[in-house]
Design a protein around this ligand. Structure first.
Ligand SMILES: C[S@@+](CC[C@H](N)C(=O)[O-])C[C@H]1O[C@@H](n2cnc3c(N)ncnc32)[C@H](O)[C@@H]1O
Length: 304
């Protein structure tokens, strides 16, 4: 680490070196060196309001410095004032606070694999500032796993978690795309947790059938559906729609869907009292081929 416990540190200590992204900001140069132009607007509003008499535009929140300071900066040649524009101050490399708690030197635009994807440069800074090579980096809400990807590239070990299947898929693809990525495993803990929940909540050593019935009734209650007796594949009914409740331990398969539909049509032939609008399939997981079929289907059934 860059500091030891109890030792005082500042962001300046942490970021001894300018990142490549930071250096790019210093795109101007004069006889004193490279500089960037920074705002003189007062961030919180209520700044000083005055005119420098050079046709400049007033910053939206007023100036952050009093007029005397502005005049002094003008004399020193560090305040840039142009007609019709808000003045800005020259900030040379090595001046000012290198890294504040608001980071504006890292671009938010990234090539997106995921809606909330973060820039790698951001995670690079955080990981470098808070870990060493070989350390373990954990991101419990990984999304597309910018954290894991950067940790991998910086020779850290990593654990990435997400409840979304798309996030896990994106993560796996992204990590596999890193040259010489070290071996990693993808673990689905949800299934084991569901199994434990099933045993704890509905355990019935005498009858597996009774256990499954209680479980399906519980899911129907959650879905505000009325449980349906006497059918194998149809487990409930809600507002004219039939309900199939997928198993806790296995994904809903295409065969399950077919059998449910067959039973549905048989029922429609028999029953005339209920208006049947279709079937809702409630599942913890769906087999991959269902997704394929769904994508090719013009009018899909509603998927939960
Ligand atoms: C803002 S995104 C993370 C984006 C990520 N930093 C990146 O660069 O792609 C938050 C993620 O947290 C996940 N999430 C939300 N609640 C969660 C929970 N209780 N457990 C695990 N993941 C969760 C969401 O599925 C989402 O992918």
């Amino acid at each position: 680490m860059l500091y030891t416990k109890g030792e005082k540190w500042t962001w300046n200590d942490v970021f001894q070196e300018y990142s490549e992204a930071s250096l790019k900001l210093y795109s101007y140069q004069d006889e004193r060196g490279k500089y960037q132009l920074v705002s003189v607007d007062n961030p919180g509003g209520g700044g000083y309001r005055y005119s420098l008499g050079m046709g400049e535009k007033m910053p939206a929140n007023g100036f952050r410095m009093p007029k005397e300071t502005a005049l002094k900066w003008l004399e020193e040649g560090v305040l840039v004032v142009e007609k019709g524009k808000v003045p800005r101050r020259k900030q040379y490399i090595g001046e000012g606070v290198r890294c504040r708690d608001i980071w504006t030197d890292i671009s938010g635009s990234v090539q997106k694999n995921y809606p909330t994807q973060k820039p790698e440069a951001l995670l690079e800074r955080i990981i470098k500032a808070s870990s060493n090579e070989g350390d373990l980096v954990l991101d419990c809400f990984c999304g597309s796993s910018t954290t894991a990807a950067v940790a991998e590239k910086l020779n850290r070990r990593w654990i990435a978690c997400d409840l979304g299947r798309f996030a896990i898929h994106t993560t796996r693809k992204r990590l596999l795309g890193i040259p010489n990525v070290k071996p990693f495993v993808v673990q689905n803990l949800g299934k084991y947790e569901r199994h434990a929940w099933l045993q704890a909540e509905f355990d019935n050593p005498e009858s597996r059938i009774a256990l499954e019935k209680s479980y399906r009734k519980f899911i129907c209650d959650l879905y505000h559906a009325n449980p349906l007796e006497g059918y194998l594949w149809l487990h409930g009914v809600k507002a004219g729609r039939m309900i199939h409740v997928g198993s806790v331990e296995a994904p809903v398969t295409l065969e399950d869907v077919k059998q449910t539909i067959i039973e549905f049509w048989r029922m429609v032939g028999k029953e005339t009292t209920i208006q049947h609008n279709g079937i809702d399939f409630l599942g913890w997981e769906f087999a991959f081929e269902i997704n394929e079929r769904l994508n090719n289907s013009p009018k899909p059934t509603k998927w939960m």
